[in-house]
Design a protein around this ligand. Structure first.
Ligand SMILES: *[C@@H]1O[C@H](CO)[C@@H](O)[C@H](O)[C@H]1NC(C)=O
Ligand SMILES: *[C@@H]1O[C@H](CO)[C@@H](O)[C@H](O)[C@H]1NC(C)=O
Ligand SMILES: *[C@@H]1O[C@H](CO)[C@@H](O)[C@H](O)[C@H]1NC(C)=O
Ligand SMILES: *[C@@H]1O[C@H](CO)[C@@H](O)[C@H](O)[C@H]1NC(C)=O
Length: 381
């Protein structure tokens, strides 16, 4: 029954289709008059012109973007020496960083270890062991003029061009740290920037440290406000209006920052100029410049704590220094037992990844302890 009804209705539909194709044929023969041919040629010409235009714009963009890519993906120079003045260097670092926002580099993300040293690094064998097997995940920068390091050391030829840090001027330490940051910003694969000294040691293996820093939402910059002559008492009213007393902070200069925070430090000219003008009348400026600047410019990006441990004996002017006898497993183990802290909104038992100050003679016990810290050379080989 069903097939019948459909068969009977198909005949008129078929007729209609035949009629329709007949009309089409008629119309096609009409289109081919000489007038219509010229119109067609004109339309074709316009289309061709458009096509050429689109292609040329596309290739131009491609050339342009590959030109920028070449800049942004250019591998960092193997030789860190350059002749740029601070001003040129900072401008260059900021422009390279702007490019980073446009073109996220596809390679591995590195942590820049920046050593602000007053003397030659004496714990290099410990650090060499620490980094072994993690090539491509770190970059080293040293602010020191002294000598060279062994060819097979991670410190070999990693000195940046700079001036000596003067013991008398705390401002020169600010300059040195900013210069280290600017040089490290030139490598677009550097995502995190740790400032350490020659007396610093690592407390955990590299994988653990890397994950801790690279996954942290906040930068680890100590910044606190405290009454008394050692903190709030050091504020100078001459810092106003750029910096008020309520924005004045103190903190250890051993910071760890994300790229955006590093850029904010290198980009600062206002507060830097204010501190510069007061360099002869203010002491220990390096304990205040970074925490105050970042409280001002990046308050919600910093954790207000440092990942580098120091021991201050009451009344001392400098943190305690540990030598051969003091450097024991118990000392290293108690460092992270003393304090509780917050890591990415959760309570954490690991607050410190580095510790200072370890003297020349501590190297031997430290190398012996390296295996319990998880980075003895036999583990990575
Ligand atoms: C820096 O400049 C000096 C002379 O002006 C030149 O001899 C040297 O090769 C330059 N160094 C670099 C790394 O460009
Ligand atoms: C690194 O240290 C962490 C924390 O102490 C530990 O869980 C991990 O197993 C260590 N990794 C290696 C490769 O030793
Ligand atoms: C640097 O600071 C200025 C304001 O002083 C701002 O306009 C500019 O965007 C900043 N540059 C970067 C790269 O953050
Ligand atoms: C750090 O201190 C500032 C005030 O100086 C505060 O606004 C900020 O919330 C603090 N950050 C954390 C993570 O506690």
């Amino acid at each position: 029954m069903k097939t019948n009804s459909s068969a009977s209705s198909s005949t008129p539909r078929h007729k209609k289709a035949v009629l329709h194709s007949f009309h089409l044929k008629k119309m096609q023969s009409k289109v081919c008059s000489p007038d219509d041919v010229t119109v067609l040629i004109k339309i074709f010409g316009v289309l061709l012109l458009l096509l050429v235009l689109v292609i040329s714009v596309a290739t131009y963009q491609q050339i342009w973007s590959s030109h920028e890519d070449r800049i942004s993906y250019r591998p960092p120079p193997a030789n860190l020496m350059h002749n740029m003045s601070d001003e040129q260097l900072f401008r260059h670092a900021l422009s390279v960083s702007r490019m980073k926002d446009k073109y996220r580099s596809g390679g591995s993300r590195k942590i820049a270890f920046m050593f602000l040293t007053a003397q030659r690094m004496h714990l290099t064998p410990l650090w060499d062991q620490y980094f072994e097997g993690h090539e491509g995940l770190y970059s080293i920068y040293i602010h020191s003029e002294q000598g060279d390091y062994a060819l097979n050391s991670v410190f070999y030829r990693r000195q940046i061009p700079s001036r000596k840090v003067s013991e008398k001027s705390s401002f020169s330490a600010i300059d040195a740290a900013r210069r280290l940051l600017a040089n490290a910003l030139l490598d677009l694969s550097n995502e995190r920037f740790v400032l350490l000294s020659e007396t610093c040691i690592p407390l955990y293996n590299y994988s653990f440290t890397y994950d801790y820093l690279i996954n942290s939402k906040l930068s680890f910059v100590e910044a606190f406000d405290e009454p008394g002559p050692g903190a709030r008492g050091r504020y100078s009213p001459k810092l106003a209006p750029e910096l008020s007393l309520s924005q004045w902070r103190k903190g250890a200069p051993w910071f760890e920052v994300h790229r955006t925070v590093a850029v904010a430090i290198v980009n600062d000219t206002e507060l830097y100029a204010k501190f510069d003008r007061l360099r002869d009348e203010m002491n220990l400026q390096h304990e205040h410049y970074f925490p105050s600047l970042l409280t001002l410019r990046a308050e919600r990006l910093i954790a207000n704590r440092s990942v580098t441990w120091e021991s201050w004996k009451s009344g001392a002017f400098e943190p305690e220094i540990f030598e051969l006898e003091d450097t024991t497993r118990r000392l290293l183990e108690k460092i992270n037992m003393e304090k509780k802290c917050v890591y990415d909104d959760k309570p954490s038992t690991v607050c410190f990844l580095f510790a200072r100050r370890f003297g020349q003679s501590s190297l031997w016990p430290l190398l012996k302890l390296a295996s319990s810290l998880g980075f003895a050379s036999h583990e990575s080989s």
